[in-house]
Design a protein around this ligand. Structure first.
Ligand SMILES: Cc1cc2nc3c(=O)[nH]c(=O)nc-3n(C[C@H](O)[C@H](O)[C@H](O)COP(=O)(O)OP(=O)(O)OC[C@H]3O[C@@H](n4cnc5c(N)ncnc54)[C@H](O)[C@@H]3O)c2cc1C
Length: 243
């Protein structure tokens, strides 16, 4: 039977002895709430979650995979939904999130270690919350205040998931030739149309809404990659309005 014991001593060695992370945290006013005792607790809790909850469902992920019923409904493998609920409710999705919007503000130095444990125990599960983390990083860096208020908290607490929709049937590496169009409306919104493929977590049954970050081109955009824009496209719009 497969066993996963996270290399906690190696992780502590890296933080304490190689990078002297506690001193770095103390000297950084944004990280004043981070200390080695708290980080140790975080690492130990993730080691338990990875070993006891995520590793045991790695096999169902491989053997069953996600299934598509043909009517737009995607069902994740046995155990994924329950594990995701526990993962989200324990606050793992928002661990590195901006504390102004409900995140916990822990540095990447810490979350790359928790992410390593999740990926090692169960790579297919790991993609769902970590694509969401990627989308929140992007929104936090580039979205309007209204968009941050609307999306970040619910994504940090795991109620909503996120994706990155770049690839199209004819455009993978060369995104400058994407065909997805964004036509402006009078109210400042856009109508987006096009075809995306290979989107990790593009549909699933883990969350009530999925927030897609979609690459598209506006009507008079320049040729090539200079003409690409990024749009926030929630799976369910009415939920977003009610938020
Ligand atoms: C597991 C998985 C998850 C994915 N998740 C997402 C996702 O969440 N969102 C998303 O948008 N996409 C996703 N993708 C798609 C992924 O981003 C694309 O597959 C990737 O960008 C490559 O595009 P392609 O498959 O069209 O290959 P191509 O672009 O056709 O490339 C094929 C080969 O040609 C080479 N090549 C291409 N252009 C050049 C060049 N100019 N010079 C030299 N060599 C070149 C490439 O290196 C590669 O070896 C995912 C793919 C996988 C496999």
């Amino acid at each position: 039977m497969a066993v996963y014991n996270a290399p906690l001593n190696d992780m502590r060695f890296i933080l304490n002895d190689v990078f002297n992370a506690p001193k770095f945290w103390q000297n950084n006013e944004n990280l004043a709430h981070v200390d080695m005792e708290t980080v140790d607790m975080i690492l130990e809790e993730m080691a338990k979650l990875s070993k006891n909850i995520l590793l045991p469902i790695n096999r169902s992920g491989d053997e069953e995979g996600a299934t598509f019923e043909g009517n737009g409904v995607v069902t994740t493998p046995t155990g994924f939904k329950e594990a995701y609920k526990q993962y989200a409710e324990s606050g793992w999705v928002g661990l590195s999130g901006n504390s102004e919007y409900g995140g916990q503000g822990f540095p990447k130095m810490v979350t790359m270690l928790t992410e390593e444990m999740v990926f090692t125990a169960n790579q297919s599960f790991a993609l769902y919350p970590n694509l969401t983390v990627g989308a929140t990083l992007c929104l936090n860096a580039a979205a309007s205040e209204e968009q941050k208020q609307t999306y970040l908290e619910k994504m940090y607490n795991g109620e909503w998931a996120g994706t990155m929709c770049l690839t199209e049937p004819h455009a993978g590496t060369d995104l400058g030739i994407i065909k997805t169009k964004a036509i402006p409306n009078d109210d400042g919104s856009y109508d987006i149309s096009g075809t995306k493929i290979f989107i990790t977590g593009g549909e699933h049954d883990l969350t009530e809404n999925i927030i897609h970050l979609v690459l598209a081109k506006t009507p008079n955009a320049p040729e090539g990659s200079k003409g690409i824009s990024l749009f926030v496209v929630p799976n369910f719009w009415s939920m977003q309005m009610a938020a």
